[in-house]
Write a protein that binds this ligand. Structure first.
Ligand code: HAM
Length: 426
């Protein structure tokens, strides 16, 4: 688990804001679900998955309930849907932390964040395209170029069952050539063997039966419509018959966004698919469902690799330099902040020279200087810091209004880019 410190945390917040800006206008509202759920909510993700069998943070609470920290958000969203029964189509987005007891490495953490969307109650293949295209658009907004969309269909549950049986037979016949780990995986879930990235398994996997040959007509038609829709909206994709994803609830369309700059073991920037049946498993009515989740931690690493979505340096608009005890700096920064101007100051009565250094480091567009002469004359000195002309004196009473005007004119950045936006649009 990691600490996210400023300024990285500002990039993080901007990431979520950007995501909301992409999905909000497409009709998605934010849903906030608990970090904890009854363990049973998550066992529906699949009792043959590592996420459920090995990686869950679970415990008995003071009321003797078996509880788990969420390893993902889809199951909780479906539990909420089953409980509240909102009108469909129910289109929601979320952002939040998840917990998996995995082996930590670059891009893989025990607490990690996701942003994502889910839509409940719609079977239309063009919704699959909408969902995928929103993920795609988000990566584009971040500025990422090296992202590949992989897509596959896992068919209806019956198709999947026939395919799993075929895989079982095939891998059983080649068991001597498989790695020890894959032999273990085979006993639990033959589908998961396809996930193996171990070199030893590559040859056997390459010759394995392919799901496309096991799809029912309805599933094949749904998939063909999804691919045609993606082509229509100009999204490039690669059909990957080995894409089975790590969770068991998927039916029909499954997809993954791969970050091509990242190590192959951690290059899934996000992924999702259809999970018709999950709501029913959680006690709700039979309901179609589809969504995706994007890993925040990992996608930000991809942004670093590509040199995009860089954190803006934290900048304030005004820095107040007060060499007469600090009470004026207290008053003026309070007034400025109330007026929506970002402002900072130095503390503990430091020298003029030291405070001016802090003003410079703060990135402020203007320093306001209050020394003993200014205090006596009930004035301040305003000094433009970024080559914006000469310094000048001003009556104290006019300071606030003038600074607001100057900051608006100079378009100087506030600490939060969103604050800038809000101010200019109001
Ligand atoms: P997932 O593939 O397990 O799917 O996770 C989605 C993304 O979360 C991954 O592609 C990855 O970027 C990130 N992620 C997963 N585990 C970690 C980790 N330990 N450390 C850092 N990042 C990680 C789901 O969670 C599904 N709920 C997605 C979904 C939504 N399917 C339908 N709707």
């Amino acid at each position: 688990m990691r600490d996210i410190l400023p300024p990285e945390s500002a990039r993080w917040r901007r990431f979520v804001a950007e995501f909301a800006d992409v999905v909000g206008p497409a009709g998605y509202g934010q849903v906030i679900t608990p970090l904890l759920e009854d363990l049973g909510v998550f066992t529906r993700i699949g009792d043959a998955t590592d996420v459920v069998t090995k990686e869950m943070y679970d415990f008995i609470d003071k009321g003797e309930r078996h509880i788990a920290l969420r390893p993902e958000l889809t199951a909780g969203v479906c539990r909420a849907f089953a409980q509240h029964r909102p009108a469909t189509p129910w289109k929601v987005w979320y952002a939040g932390s998840n917990f998996r007891y995995e082996k930590p490495q670059r891009g893989r953490y025990r607490q990690f964040d996701q942003v994502g969307i889910e839509v409940l109650g719609v079977d239309d293949p063009y919704l699959d395209v909408e969902v995928i295209s929103l993920g795609w658009e988000f990566y584009r907004r971040l500025g990422l170029q090296q992202v590949t969309l992989l897509i596959n269909s896992l068919g209806e549950p019956e198709d999947r069952a026939r395919y799993v049986a075929a895989l079982d037979t095939y891998f059983g016949a080649h068991i001597d050539a498989l790695s020890e780990q894959s032999v273990e995986t085979l006993a639990r879930n033959p589908l998961r063997v396809l996930d193996s990235k171990r070199a030893q398994d590559a040859e056997v996997i390459a010759g394995a039966p392919q799901i496309a040959d096991y799809l029912s007509t309805a599933a094949a038609e749904h998939f063909a419509a999804v691919l045609a829709g993606l082509e229509r909206v100009g999204i490039a994709f690669t059909v990957d018959p080995l894409l089975v994803r790590g969770l068991d609830y998927y039916r029909r369309t499954t997809f993954e966004f791969r970050g091509d700059t990242l190590d192959s073991a951690q290059n899934a920037l996000g992924g999702g698919g259809r999970y018709d049946g999950l709501v029913e498993d959680l006690g709700g009515p039979a309901t179609a469902g589809i969504g995706f989740a994007i890993g925040v931690d990992r996608t930000l690493l991809a942004c670093e690799d590509e040199g995009v979505f860089v954190a803006p340096p934290p900048v304030v608009q005004v820095f107040v330099v007060d060499t007469v005890g600090g009470l004026e700096a207290l008053a003026l920064t309070t007034e400025l902040r109330s007026a929506g101007v970002s402002a900072d100051r130095a503390y503990e009565g430091r020298s003029m020279k030291s405070q001016m250094k802090s003003a410079d480091r703060s990135g402020a567009s203007f320093a306001v200087i209050i020394g003993s002469d200014e205090l006596a004359a009930d004035q301040v000195v305003i000094r433009p810091m970024r080559g914006g002309g000469d310094q000048f004196s001003l009556p104290r009473a006019q300071t606030l209004g003038r600074l607001v005007q100057l900051c608006d004119e100079s378009g100087s950045h506030t600490v939060s880019p969103n604050a800038t936006k809000d101010r200019s649009s109001s």
